[in-house]
Design a protein around this ligand. Structure first.
Ligand code: DGL
Length: 272
């Protein structure tokens, strides 16, 4: 596999762009091809078989671009279909669960870790099982936050937004009472609510961003497989979506933390 080939990153929608932001910073000379399944988002309240079918269509699309590695920048896909993908893809694969659980286990000081994610992610107990395997003495608390993704996809991300604050209070009060010192943002949409979540949880609770940890881990896998791009020029990412690109362009800049100057192409994902 030529090391100049792109890294394929995908998510159910825009959330995975929070991971792309980290990839662009960490590995600027790697070409990123991103697919956001904006026509079928959200995945988080769908069945295991549907999420798995979608995940394989998404990866088939990326493989058509001869990607050298695939990253499921989606907590839901990683939790529900991660093992199937890892065992069946012809290229190295990572989801977000393993790298993020690993980082959280290193960070906690009092051994109490909270996890927030979509309903599918929390019902799978993927992060909890992984953490308990890493360290059986940990106390792990889980909370599904199904309203976070629609809020973010609709641009409700201002730190002082009263609706966002209320929803955060409703979902996170119990975790706060448990005295956790580490909170995993187990869905790649959640970094967009990071400041407001932190305001509620307080400075003593460290937030672990699955996008960042996954980018760091992906760099490690590429290095181990001798797949890091030797061509040092800065590459521009390419974006594909399954619904109209108009909204994507508007909201994507918020995730990437920069203006979206790149082209976005709409594709028919059902063909893959
Ligand atoms: N970004 C996806 C995740 O990490 C989200 C959401 C969804 O499609 O429900 O779980």
């Amino acid at each position: 596999m030529p090391s100049q080939n792109a890294i394929g990153v995908f998510d159910s929608g825009l959330g995975g762009l929070s991971a792309v932001k980290e990839f662009l910073q960490l590995l600027p000379n790697e070409k990123i091809i991103y697919f956001g399944d904006t026509g079928r988002v959200p995945y988080g309240n769908r069945s295991r078989s549907t999420i798995s079918k979608y995940a394989f269509q998404d990866t088939n699309f990326l493989l058509k671009h001869n990607v050298k590695m695939i990253v499921a920048a989606c907590g839901t896909v990683s939790s529900v279909a991660g093992d199937d993908l890892r065992n069946n893809l012809p290229v190295p694969y990572t989801g977000v669960v393993n790298p993020t659980a690993f980082a959280a286990e290193k960070k906690t000081r009092n051994g109490k870790i909270g996890i927030i994610g979509t309903s599918a992610t929390i019902n799978s107990h993927s992060y909890k099982l992984r953490l308990e395997k890493l360290n059986p003495t940990l106390k792990v608390y889980e909370q599904a936050c199904p309203l976070f993704v629609p809020l973010v996809e609709n641009g409700f991300i201002r730190r002082d937004d009263q609706i966002v604050r209320l929803v955060i209070k409703r979902y996170l009060s119990e975790l706060k009472e448990q005295g956790i010192d580490t909170l995993i943002l187990g869905c790649t949409h959640y970094p967009l609510l990071r400041d407001t979540i932190s305001d509620f949880m307080g400075d003593e609770v460290e937030l672990v961003d699955s996008g960042f940890e996954t980018a760091v881990y992906s760099a490690k896998i590429l290095k181990e497989n001798d797949l890091l791009n030797n061509d040092k020029s800065v590459k521009q990412p390419e974006f594909f979506v399954s619904d109209t690109p108009d909204d994507f362009k508007n909201v994507a800049g918020l995730f990437l933390g920069r203006d979206m100057e790149h082209t976005v192409t709409q594709i028919d994902i059902e063909k893959y």
